[in-house]
Design a protein around this ligand. Structure first.
Ligand SMILES: *[C@@H]1O[C@H](CO)[C@@H](O)[C@H](O)[C@H]1NC(C)=O
Ligand SMILES: *[C@@H]1O[C@H](CO)[C@@H](O)[C@H](O)[C@H]1NC(C)=O
Ligand SMILES: *[C@@H]1O[C@H](CO)[C@@H](O)[C@H](O)[C@H]1NC(C)=O
Ligand SMILES: *[C@@H]1O[C@H](CO)[C@@H](O)[C@H](O)[C@H]1NC(C)=O
Ligand SMILES: *[C@@H]1O[C@H](CO)[C@@H](O)[C@H](O)[C@H]1NC(C)=O
Ligand SMILES: *[C@@H]1O[C@H](CO)[C@@H](O)[C@H](O)[C@H]1NC(C)=O
Length: 412
């Protein structure tokens, strides 16, 4: 509680903003060699008995031991519109199926409409502890989660019949409070959604934690264009009354198809968004009106479904993945142009990578393995200065995770 007050007061005085604007407090993120490497990675198995797998990151960026921790919730996968069968991999069709904020992990359980919360042991970040029973979400089929430490709020996006966004307060040492209500989206979905089109992709707080942003995929065959929804955070965090507004500004971004994973470009009002329909885009969100605009659009010519995006502080560029094309594409944060392509056919048994996360001089990629039995893997891409970008390890998760594995987040 005291910690929160301090953060609130600091923000109230504008000190956090100053710290952000003045890199003297910390090395600028673009200077590689100075960036801080991660200490542990987390993803969810999305098995029926859902679990979080934690993987220790060694000092040289490679991966050490992995451990599994039940979420006490239930995993589930979408139905594929193309085959009318359970989707595997990428049964959630989302980025942010798991999120790390401060010393906490949040993870959605699509099969029983809940969200679980863990605390991370600072001394040994691969050791995590479930905090309380999973919190009930007033929506169907939660696929993505985001949290704001400043406001002590966690928000979940759902893709099923009751699709939309719901939020709850949380306490870092206790767990998640009661979810408020569903802010519905007009998707024509069933309880177990039929995807990937016409579903929620990702929820994310802006870096200053004053807005919650949500990407929703369109469905061209139904004449629907995807959109970005922006919900302002209202109320004072100081009095513990911060809330995500009930209403939003929805911007239909003409020219986009299936807006998917996204990340804010540091110190700007621009966001880099993967689009499964063609590649990726850079959009802006107006600070005052919350409406957004397409700034740059980049086609990846041989892509099938570019879904996930992660900005690397070491390269000051963004990496995107495609579950159906065995490559990693690096793109510019200025105009989304393609700056490099890494052919991963020889390092990855699966047809491509799914979620990814960047930390320090490395980028980590989740490979769901093949449905025929080769287990999930995490590839470690070295991107440090003066090094050629190459995969230095493909870490096999053995029996801990299979092709329904989803999400990837790093601590700190
Ligand atoms: C990284 O460190 C680990 C543990 O110290 C060691 O086993 C491994 O060989 C190192 N790998 C590389 C690529 O340096
Ligand atoms: C999809 O599968 C379900 C259950 O297996 C079946 O009831 C339904 O008719 C199928 N739909 C289509 C479009 O094939
Ligand atoms: C894991 O973390 C919990 C909570 O901090 C602690 O009680 C426990 O001793 C830790 N376990 C190990 C093996 O370090
Ligand atoms: C999780 O479920 C197990 C088995 O039912 C139970 O023993 C444990 O108390 C639960 N954990 C929490 C934090 O509720
Ligand atoms: C997008 O297209 C629709 C339909 O053609 C049009 O009404 C709308 O103004 C366009 N939006 C933008 C931002 O161009
Ligand atoms: C990737 O590498 C494989 C194996 O070397 C090769 O067969 C394939 O053509 C390459 N793909 C592209 C797009 O260059």
């Amino acid at each position: 509680m005291l910690g929160n007050l301090k953060i609130c007061l600091t923000l109230g005085l504008g000190l956090i903003q100053t710290a952000k604007a003045m890199p003297a407090f910390a090395p600028p993120p673009s200077v590689s060699g100075w960036v801080r490497n991660g200490e542990a990675l987390y993803f969810q198995t999305n098995d029926k008995d859902n679990a979080v797998v934690s993987v220790k990151i060694m000092e040289n960026g490679t991966l050490g031991q992995a451990h599994s921790f039940y979420t006490n919730g239930t995993g589930a996968s979408m139905i594929s519109a193309a085959t009318n069968m359970t989707t595997s991999p990428d049964g959630l069709s989302s980025q942010g199926a798991i999120a790390v904020v401060g010393h906490n992990i949040f993870v959605v359980n699509a099969g029983d409409n809940t969200v679980s919360m863990f605390s991370i042991d600072e001394e040994d970040p691969a050791n995590i502890t479930l905090l309380g029973a999973p919190a009930a979400v007033p929506g169907d089929f939660p696929v993505t989660v985001a949290a704001s430490a400043l406001n002590n709020l966690v928000c979940v996006g759902t893709s099923g019949t009751r699709s939309g966004v719901a939020c709850a307060p949380y306490s870092p040492f206790v767990g998640i409070g009661k979810m408020d209500f569903l802010r519905p989206f007009d998707l024509d979905q069933s309880e177990t959604p039929v995807g990937p089109l016409d579903t929620v992709s990702q929820v994310l707080f802006s870096d200053d934690e004053t807005k919650l942003l949500v990407t929703v995929k369109g469905a061209p065959a139904m004449g629907k264009t995807g959109f970005l929804a922006v919900f302002p955070v209202t109320g004072q965090c100081l009095t513990g009354e911060a809330k995500v507004a009930a209403s939003r500004i929805e911007s239909t971004l003409n020219g986009t198809v299936a807006l998917f994973g996204f990340e804010q470009i540091a110190n700007s009002n621009r966001y880099f968004v993967a689009d499964a329909g063609y590649g990726a885009a850079i959009i802006s969100v107006d600070e005052n009106t919350d409406s957004s605009q397409l700034l740059h659009k980049q086609v990846i010519s041989d892509q099938k479904a570019t879904c996930w995006a992660a900005i690397s502080p070491a390269t000051n560029s963004v990496f995107v993945t495609d579950p159906l094309v065995n490559h990693i594409v690096e793109m510019s944060l200025i105009d989304a142009s393609i700056t490099s392509v890494i052919n991963t056919t020889t390092t990855n048994d699966a047809t491509g990578y799914i979620d990814l996360t960047a930390a320090g001089n490395f980028v980590y990629f989740l490979s769901p393995g093949t449905t025929q039995g080769s287990g999930a893997e995490i590839a470690v891409l070295s991107v440090g200065e003066g090094q050629s970008k190459k995969i230095i390890q493909s870490f096999n998760l053995g029996s801990l995770a299979g092709s329904s594995a989803q999400g990837l987040a790093v601590y700190p």
